[in-house]
Structure formats: structure tokens, C-alpha cells
Write a protein that binds this ligand. Structure first.
Ligand code: GAR
Length: 204
């Protein structure tokens, strides 16, 4: 089984979907830790319910961003992950983490990248007047919401949609989409430019 660490900032519904898929055998993996940048986030209650250890690392506890990023890396390394899943993690990953886990960090973004990077992607889609929106699961690169795309799912945007109704329609697709991507990763099926990205690196 692949060791999966989840980075999350809030509600944790994508984290829940990944954990559930590990429990029911859809994903050949195990959630071994949750790293969260907000004490009090709902995802921490979920981790307690799963009996999965969690680490809270808040920016305000550190002198500067570099020290914060060092702490995040140290926490991640301590869980010995094969895969890091960003699931509603509302920060840009430090380069230290990306270099420590090349091709082993994936993210879900609530837009059809490369459109609508950054915060409030669903609101950006409404404001742009697009008729198709969706979600993207991708490998994490060093830029904001970039890196090789693994899978995308499209949903329609209706004339009377609000940010909330569109977000809900996208979220419904996020969970199965993220689970499919993680399952494929754990079967060593994912490739970047033709090269398999997992399997040969595993230190377990
Ligand atoms: C999800 O819609 C996720 O795609 C989005 O935040 C939400 C988290 O929900 N992520 C981003 O916007 C990343 N830039 P969750 O905590 O219930 O999974």
C-alpha cells in the first residue's frame, strides 16, 4: 500500500473521499497523516475520527515563511509518504517540499486549468461567463496551480448559477475525480511525458 499524506486547510471533504476510498479498497493506499495549517479546521476532526495522526503547522507560529516551510517539510518527511495529496490546501507549496518529493505531490483545483488559477476559482468562472467549468487534478509544479494535468471533469454552468451552486456542482465531481487519480497513482499507472512517476521510488 502507498503511504498517503494529506495537506488540507479546512473542511476536508476531498480528504474524506480519499480516506474512504482507501478504507473500501478503491485505492491501494493508506492515509498515514494529515498536515493542516489551521488549528480548528474540520479536517482535523475527521482525522481524529479515522484514528490518523495529524500535525498542525500555522504560519503565525514562525518567524518567517522559510521557517514555516521547513516545519512543513519536516512533518511531511516524518510520515514517509509515497504520495502527498493537497486537498483544499490553500497555500502555495514551498519549493523545499516540491524538490523533496518530485512527482509525488498532487492537487485538486476547482477549475479547468489553466483557466482560473488561484483563489475563488468558481467565482472567477461565474464572472468570466464561461458555460463549462469543472475540476482538475494535477501534479504540483513550482508555479501557482500549474504542473502536469492528470484528469479533468467538466460540469455545465447555468445562467442562474451563483458561486455556491456552481461550487457544489463542481465539488460533486471533485471527489470521484480525485479518487480516480489517487487510485491510478497507487497502481503506478500515471506517467509524465511518457515516464512512470511512481513505483520505482518507493522507499517501502
Ligand atoms: C475544494 O473545492 C478544492 O478544489 C478547493 O478548495 C475546496 C476544498 O474543499 N481547492 C482550492 O481552491 C485550491 N486552490 P474540501 O476541504 O471540502 O476538500
Amino acid at each position: 500500500k502507498k503511504r498517503i499524506v494529506i495537506f488540507a486547510s479546512g473542511r476536508g471533504s476531498n480528504a474524506e473521499a480519499i480516506h474512504e476510498a482507501c478504507e473500501n479498497g478503491t485505492v491501494n493506499g493508506e492515509v498515514v497523516g494529515v498536515i493542516c495549517d489551521h488549528a480548528g479546521a474540520q479536517v482535523l476532526e475527521r482525522a481524529r475520527r479515522w484514528n490518523v495522526p495529524s500535525t498542525v503547522i500555522e504560519l503565525k507560529s514562525f518567524e518567517n515563511k522559510a521557517a514555516f516551510n521547513d516545519a512543513l517539510l519536516e512533518a511531511a518527511v516524518s510520515y514517509k509518504p509515497d504520495l502527498i495529496c493537497l486537498a483544499g490546501y490553500m497555500r502555495i507549496c514551498g519549493e523545499n517540499l516540491i524538490h523533496a518529493f518530485p512527482n509525488r505531490i498532487i492537487n485538486i483545483h476547482p477549475a479547468l486549468l489553466p483557466s482560473f488559477r488561484g483563489l475563488h476559482a468558481q467565482r472567477q468562472a461565474i464572472e468570466a461567463g464561461v458555460k463549462v467549468a469543472g475540476c482538475t487534478v494535477h501534479f504540483v509544479g513550482t508555479g501557482l496551480d500549474d504542473g502536469p494535468i492528470i484528469t479533468q471533469t467538466a460540469v455545465p454552468v447555468y445562467d442562474d448559477d451563483t458561486e455556491d451552486t456552481l461550487s457544489a456542482r463542481i465539488l460533486e465531481q471533485e471527489h470521484p475525480s480525485y479518487v480516480r487519480a489517487v487510485a491510478a497513482y497507487c497502481r503506478d499507472e500515471l506517467t509524465i511525458e511518457g515516464h512512470h512517476v511512481s513505483g520505482m521510488h518507493g522507499h517501502h
